[in-house]
Design a protein. Structure first.
Length: 181
């Protein structure tokens, strides 16, 4: 029989997609105001793997990843997704979003994203939100899965996720050392 155990804390991250780098940076500041300090911000990347958001957000689109300093309880992911949806709508013009924010988390073994869309590989978390297992960490790097979004499958994004993972592991080691003394 397996014994239930609490999950270790996770590294909260967000993907922010918009037409304007200034709007992306303002969104990062707004999220930091809600959730605490940001300890990682990626370079600005072109978001050109799909035109899914172009009608609503415009084109060409840009993306930036940010990670929060304070680890979170992964069970909070549905609440965080609802919060990012609220931030998106706060900045909307005439009912159309100007920014897309996708929260997720990294732990040693995986990257999980939150979504409101069901699909065969997604697990329901509650409150209308599903977990999308996007990447797994194996053989010293993040590995894609058959359903991994093409942009997350790119080497550039996987390298960014590995940077965030290293920061997370360093934080967890430091926290463990503090608890051990």
């Amino acid at each position: 029989m397996s014994k239930p155990r609490l999950s270790p804390p996770a590294k909260l991250l967000v993907s922010i997609i918009a037409k304007d780098e200034v709007l992306i940076n303002e969104t990062i500041k707004a999220l930091a105001g809600r959730w605490g300090d940001v300890d990682f911000i990626s370079e600005v990347l072109p978001f050109d793997q799909t035109d899914y958001y172009n009608t609503e957000l415009g084109a060409p689109l840009l993306r930036r990843f940010a990670a929060l300093e304070t680890p979170i309880d992964p069970s909070l992911l549905p609440d965080l997704k609802h919060e990012t949806n609220a931030v998106e709508m706060e900045g909307a013009l005439e009912g159309s979003r100007r920014v897309n924010i996708d929260p997720g988390y990294i732990v040693a073994e995986r990257l999980v994203l939150a979504t409101g869309k069901n699909y065969t590989h997604r697990i329901y978390l509650g409150k209308g939100i599903y977990a999308d297992l996007t990447l797994i960490y194996s053989k010293g790097e993040f590995q894609t899965l058959p359903w991994t979004y093409p942009d997350y499958a790119s080497q550039k994004v996987r390298t960014i996720m590995e940077q965030i993972r290293r920061k997370y592991l360093f934080q967890m080691k430091k926290e463990f050392e503090l608890l051990s003394h």
